[in-house]
Write a protein that binds this ligand. Structure first.
Ligand code: FHN
Length: 417
């Protein structure tokens, strides 16, 4: 097994740069949590949090009546928001499969919806030109072996066969799939118990270009910080997944007032772009599949902002180690630094620590040049408007083009010994 694993890891590492270029360049995706729990509107963990008996919870399978093709609304909004890919829950912890599976009758074709919701999702993504991700929860509260598999080898065998069977169907029956997003590998404690190597080899044999996250107990292609936009080690792909309301991934109207603003989203996006990471921002559609109302305006505004500032976000970026002023922070592409100014200083913006010659300063949106003065450690942008030119979210990006990849000496006049 060690040789097989070593060989697999080497092959996956070799192909990773080519497989993941589009993903890195994309920067920004939409996460979608939609399932039986959406009918309750009290968090996707409601069955667990409220100790609902399995048979009582399963009744939700026959009351769920999604409207026709709601995924087109999600995909249309994602596109409008400047998102380049989508990841949807095909099966969450509740165990209800949103696709036409042979593994269990607890699925959207045999029960309530009477439709293959995954097929509708895939078709919507393709219609709107979005790359396609499948979220799959390894943890399963409905399957009879979903918990006992940790203590009973026969149950583990059955549950692992069920799990691999589900993944095989998802990788076989819906055309080209771009991302496999595993979640919560409870209760089995090792990749050997899940037989993750065999499962992921199978997935990759069916979808050779696919990108797999780090939640099947193998590191695979990228890390998944959650609830905070925090960079992984240099050279490791990472994607921060974030709720829209800091509480629930599934529909939860009572949390709507905590929804993020366009400005909040841009702060997350800047952190991702500044550290070579991605942002996967979640929406929890209503029971019938409608986009939650609190998500529409912020995402639409971010999309408008990206139309004129996308150069600072998309494509290959460097890890921006440049400190910035209290007025904002940066993303960087080699000799070019994008200063995302959130706190507009008025007619002058002093930046300390840049010791490389600046050749040009301009507003990224529109390209108008900016006057500047540069001394050994100080760069002063002058003749600025009194208020932030960006009226969408108050985040104005200033493009700084240096003679070479900029060197930065933070605290040059105070803390350099
Ligand atoms: O328990 C899940 C949760 O419901 C949600 O799906 C998130 C998304 O990353 N993953 C698990 C918590 O880490």
């Amino acid at each position: 097994m060690a040789d097989e694993k070593t060989k697999y890891l080497a092959e996956v590492a070799r192909s990773r740069p080519r497989r993941m270029k589009w993903w890195h360049d994309s920067r920004f995706g939409m996460f979608v949590h939609w399932g039986l729990y959406s009918q309750l509107g009290r968090h996707e963990w409601a069955m667990h949090l409220e100790c609902i008996e399995k048979d009582d919870y399963a009744k939700l399978a026959d009351t769920w009546r999604p409207k026709r093709r709601p995924m087109r609304d999600w995909a249309r909004l994602a596109k409008k928001a400047g998102m380049k890919y989508m990841v949807m829950t095909t099966k969450h912890h509740e165990g209800f499969c949103l696709w036409d599976t042979k593994q269990t009758d607890f699925n959207a074709v045999r029960r309530g919806p009477k439709r293959d919701l995954v097929r509708e999702y895939v078709e919507a993504c393709r219609e709107f030109g979005l790359k396609i991700g499948f979220y799959y929860s390894l943890m399963d509260w409905h399957h009879p072996d979903g918990a006992i598999c940790a203590k009973d080898e026969a149950a583990r065998r059955r549950f692992v066969d069920f799990t691999h069977g589900c993944v095989r169907e998802l990788m076989s029956n819906y055309g080209r799939i771009d991302i496999l997003w595993y979640d919560v590998s409870w209760p089995l404690k090792t990749p050997e118990q899940w037989e993750s190597l065999k499962m992921n080899k199978m997935a990759r044999s069916l979808q050779p270009h696919i990108i797999i996250n780090d939640r099947s107990q193998l590191d695979e292609d990228f890390s998944t910080p959650e609830g905070e936009v925090k960079a992984a080690a240099e050279g490791r792909g990472w994607e921060a997944c974030m709720t829209f309301n800091d509480t629930s991934w599934g529909y939860m109207p009572s949390a709507a007032s905590d929804g993020v603003s366009a400005r909040d989203i841009l702060k997350m996006l800047r952190t991702a772009a500044g550290s070579q990471g991605n942002l996967l921002l979640n929406i929890g559609p209503t029971p019938d599949g409608s986009v939650p109302s609190e998500a529409v305006e912020p995402l639409t505004t971010v999309g408008k902002w990206l139309q004129t500032n996308g150069e600072a976000v998309y494509g290959r970026v460097d890890r921006c180690a440049l400190g910035c002023s209290a007025c904002g922070q940066c993303s960087q592409k080699s000799k070019t630094v994008y200063f995302w100014c959130r706190n507009w200083p008025g007619t002058e913006l002093p930046l300390g620590g840049y010791v490389t010659k600046l050749e040009k300063a301009s507003f990224l949106a529109g390209g108008n040049p900016i006057k500047f003065e540069q001394s050994k450690y100080r760069l002063i942008l002058k003749g600025l408007p009194r208020t932030s030119p960006d009226k969408l979210a108050g985040v104005t990006v200033i493009k700084l083009e240096f003679k070479a990849k900029p060197k930065f000496v933070g605290g040059a006049t105070t803390m350099v010994i």
